[in-house]
Design a protein around this ligand. Structure first.
Ligand SMILES: *Cc1c(COP(=O)(O)O)cnc(C)c1O
Length: 374
């Protein structure tokens, strides 16, 4: 990669491939891989990521909202797409764009069946989501009879899969809770499959589920964060490669003296002569103000430069007093070794939040070694 000359988010498709193959290596051969590409591919570029995964033979994609699925269809992605959180207002575009809804309540099941009927659909694929303890979205086990009754009266929809979502698959201290969720899912799936007379796909594991409970992989797993290079555990982070690197550049250097201050609210106090670098990135790009006033540092020519003063909307100033650097030099906000997860930790958050908040105004570039052509 050439050095960054503006704020740039690099998407390493070789890393993506590596992570895909690593996660696949934890699965039995027939187990399908659903790649979660919601929130613009965890802040990267949903279309680029999905296209790459499609060439690797990824079986399914999932997005949160139907608009995200429409974007993938606009980009000629043809792999099945599960919409995890559709709303009744989206039913038309779901069917028009061949998206597959997660159905999570009786009311929604009735409404979708009626809609599919009105569009003369036959066996339209739907996915039934069960709540087994996350208490976010999903049917409860007590609704199985009603669900099966509704399904028995229609041929406009067909259950493509039954699924549930784990609440704490990354946490070894929650092993018994997680096993309880898996058991509930097992019972629910057995009961439904018995009544409807055919066998839908079953899936309940996210990334940490694959890494910690691979015995519950069923027919498919749903991986998000692992594909982007984080395993919610240092043991697994060693095996995965972060796909995203965020780089920027020094726009201006200032030499300040004792008594000067830096930035809004004069929160950067200068107690001894220092050198600052102003960077073209700010909280509007997804780096929150909580990283300011020394909480986080970026790498300037291999050395850590702490943020001085508050993070502005479009700029951040860092202290580069003891760093040999000049205007135009590259600055690393995070990369494969100076990780987004470590930076997220400094904002008391997780890699997911930092990555998905990266603004659309940041230029995305792709790096991909043509290994196949050698
Ligand atoms: C986001 C999401 C996933 C992916 O989880 P990761 O921890 O990123 O692997 C899987 N399933 C559902 C239902 C989700 O909402």
């Amino acid at each position: 990669m050439p050095k960054a000359t503006e704020t740039t988010l690099e998407i390493d498709l070789n890393a993506l491939r590596h992570n895909y193959h690593f996660l696949k290596s934890k699965l039995e051969t027939p187990t399908k891989m659903l790649a979660v590409v919601k929130a613009n591919g965890y802040g990267s570029d949903g279309v680029i990521v999905a296209k790459e995964l499609e060439t690797l033979g990824c079986d399914y994609f999932a997005v949160a909202y139907s608009g995200e699925g429409e974007q993938l269809r606009d980009a000629e992605i043809t792999t099945p797409i599960l919409v995890l959180h559709p709303l009744p207002i989206n039913f038309n575009s779901i069917i028009e764009r061949c998206l597959e809804p997660s159905i999570y309540s009786i009311k929604m099941l009735q409404a979708f069946i009626a809609f599919a009927d009105s569009k003369s659909q036959k066996d339209y694929p739907i996915h039934l989501k069960f709540n087994t303890g996350l208490n976010r979205l999903g049917f409860t086990a007590s609704e199985i009879t009603t669900i099966c009754n509704l399904l028995s009266k229609t041929s406009s929809v067909k259950v493509r899969s039954l699924f549930s979502h784990l609440a704490a698959s990354e946490d070894v201290n929650e092993k018994s809770f997680t096993e309880g969720q898996i058991n509930q899912f097992q019972h629910i799936s057995e009961e439904i499959s018995k009544v409807i007379g055919y066998q839908p796909l079953l899936h309940t594991l996210n990334t940490s589920g694959v890494l910690n409970y691979s015995e519950a992989q069923y027919d498919m797993v749903r991986c998000g964060i692992g594909l982007y290079g984080f395993g919610n555990d240092i043991r697994y982070n060693k095996e995965l490669i972060p796909v995203l690197s965020l780089k920027t550049v020094i726009s201006q250097i200032h030499h300040l003296s004792k008594g000067d201050t830096v930035g809004y609210g004069r929160k950067g106090q200068v107690n001894t002569a220092l050198k600052t670098a102003t960077l073209p990135i700010g909280h509007a790009d997804g780096l929150p103000r909580t990283l300011g006033q020394g909480r986080a540092s970026f790498l300037v020519n291999g050395k850590q430069a702490p943020i001085i003063g508050n993070v502005c909307m479009d700029m951040i100033m860092v202290n580069v007093t003891n760093i040999d650097c000049e205007e135009g030099d590259e600055v690393i906000v995070f990369d494969k070794t100076f990780t987004a997860e470590a930076l997220a930790d400094k904002m008391n958050s997780i890699s997911y939040e930092l990555l998905t908040a990266l603004s659309s105004r940041i230029k995305r570039t792709i790096s991909r070694k043509e290994i196949d052509k050698q």
